[in-house]
Design a protein around this ligand. Structure first.
Ligand code: FAD
Length: 404
């Protein structure tokens, strides 16, 4: 019998295991994958953006983001950087985003695994836990062919995003049987699928722009940065940042749209002027509408915009009517994409929703069952893009690992 069983050897579970073993506990870490820390290898495009130097009120989301901010006060980004530094791993900061100095996610996994070996943590892989039951003052966790007994259990089995890395929700029923409830889980940090099939003609176009998410006709969130048009969706960091809000709105059957400002460093009047001076300017001569505006924005997008404004790209520029010019300049500043739904969990980086944090103490212990703890993405906390999700996994894993 162990002092602590940790279910899930991702970022949260590895951190919990190190901390509780340092505190003198006999720890068993169990994971359904053959390899521990599997998702970490995929993070930050293989470079692992494990935290960020900048934190504001929008970094953590959920029904009760304060729950995460209180935890963050106990174990913040600088403590995480120090934690790794003490284990020998240097860090590198790029525009506030923090990576291992090696820029290899494998460094993070290897350094944590080496620490677990030093602390004699028992690790069990290829073992899926399907049930957790009370046994006396402790717990019995059911694996495929055998059970594991411990005085405390930390559930760090992740969300539903990217199930290929092991987080498949297979422990959720057991959590429900223990009395815990889940805030509805939706994909977050994910692409957004559009309704209009015509947009697939833009697949491959990359665009630096401003964008606003409209829910039920109301502008709610603004971002800027590079978006990418794909066959049936738009992606890129600004799209990922607004995606959790879009996911919940779609679930609630509210109309969702993304309004793109293609020339976001110019005002509406300036855009009108830019187009007008090209169309009626001295160089327009015998040029077509498309030719006169070439170089203003991406060529394929320009073709699409001209057609959307009812202008044949081959039409002589001199024949463009003022009303068409007006329409085109408006489209450049407010190109509306109606959203059908978010991409599914397999393409999402994170899960929004999860175990209701109202049922969890600030120590990460269940308010319903003493000795039962939760950490990481399984909880109803998700972070913005930029290292905040790993920070949440490590912060909550650290606090859970401090169990008494
Ligand atoms: C492609 C990709 C890139 C990302 N990049 C970044 C990034 O750069 N920065 C950032 O902050 N975040 C990033 N994230 C998000 C981040 O990786 C996760 O939020 C974080 O790893 C969650 O950690 P976790 O320990 O809570 O869960 P997980 O890492 O999902 O670990 C859960 C573990 O539990 C195991 N498990 C599940 N069920 C059972 C069971 N029944 N029995 C036993 N074991 C079980 C799983 O095998 C898994 O290993 C990225 C995610 C993806 C998919």
């Amino acid at each position: 019998m162990s002092d602590v069983i940790i279910i899930g050897g991702g970022a949260a579970g590895l951190m919990s295991a190190a901390v509780s073993a340092r505190n003198g506990n006999e720890v068993t870490l169990i994971d359904s994958n053959a390899k521990l820390g599997r998702k970490i290898y995929a993070t930050g495009n293989g470079r692992c953006n494990f935290t960020n130097l900048s934190f504001d009120s929008d970094c953590f989301r959920g029904s009760s983001p304060e729950f995460a901010y209180r935890a963050f006060r106990k174990f913040n980004n600088y403590r995480l950087i120090d934690f790794f530094e003490e284990l020998g791993m240097l860090h590198r900061e790029i525009n506030g985003y923090v990576y291992p100095n090696s820029e290899q996610a494998s460094s993070v996994v290897e350094i944590l695994l080496a620490e677990l070996r030093r602390l004699s943590v028992r690790t069990v892989t290829d073992e899926k836990i399907s049930d957790i039951k009370r046994k006396g003052d402790g717990f019995l966790c059911a694996g495929a062919d055998r059970s594991y007994e411990a005085s405390n259990v930390i559930v760090a089995a992740g969300g539903l995003a990217s199930p290929v890395h092991g987080s498949d929700g297979s422990i959720y029923e057991a959590c429900r049987r223990l009395g815990h409830s889940f805030v509805t889980q939706v994909p977050a940090l994910v692409n957004l699928k559009f309704k209009d099939k015509k947009l697939s003609s833009l697949a491959g176009v990359r665009l630096r722009c401003g964008l606003r998410l409209f829910i039920d006709g109301e502008p709610l969130y603004s971002e800027n940065g590079e978006i990418i048009f794909n066959k049936d969706n738009i992606s890129g960091i600004p799209v990922m940042q607004i995606s959790r809000f879009a996911s919940y709105a779609v679930l609630e059957k509210k109309p969702v749209s993304v309004h793109i400002d293609i020339l976001d460093s110019y005002t509406q009047d300036e855009v009108y002027g830019l187009i007008r001076e090209r169309i009626y300017g001295v160089y327009s001569g015998k040029k077509t509408a498309y030719e006169t505006l070439t170089g203003l924005i991406n060529g394929r997008l320009l073709d699409y915009m001209l057609k959307s404004a009812g202008i044949n790209p081959e039409k002589p520029a001199s024949r463009i009517k003022p009303s068409e010019l007006n329409m085109l300049s408006r489209l450049f500043k407010d190109f509306v994409i109606e959203i059908k739904c978010p991409g599914d969990f397999s393409s999402a980086q994170v899960t929004a929703g999860g175990i209701n944090t109202a049922e969890i103490n600030d120590t990460m212990e269940s308010k319903l069952i003493s000795g039962l703890y939760f950490a990481g993405e399984i909880l109803d906390i998700d972070g913005a893009c930029g290292g905040y999700n790993l920070q949440w996994a490590f912060t909550s894993g650290y606090i859970a690992g401090m169990l008494k």
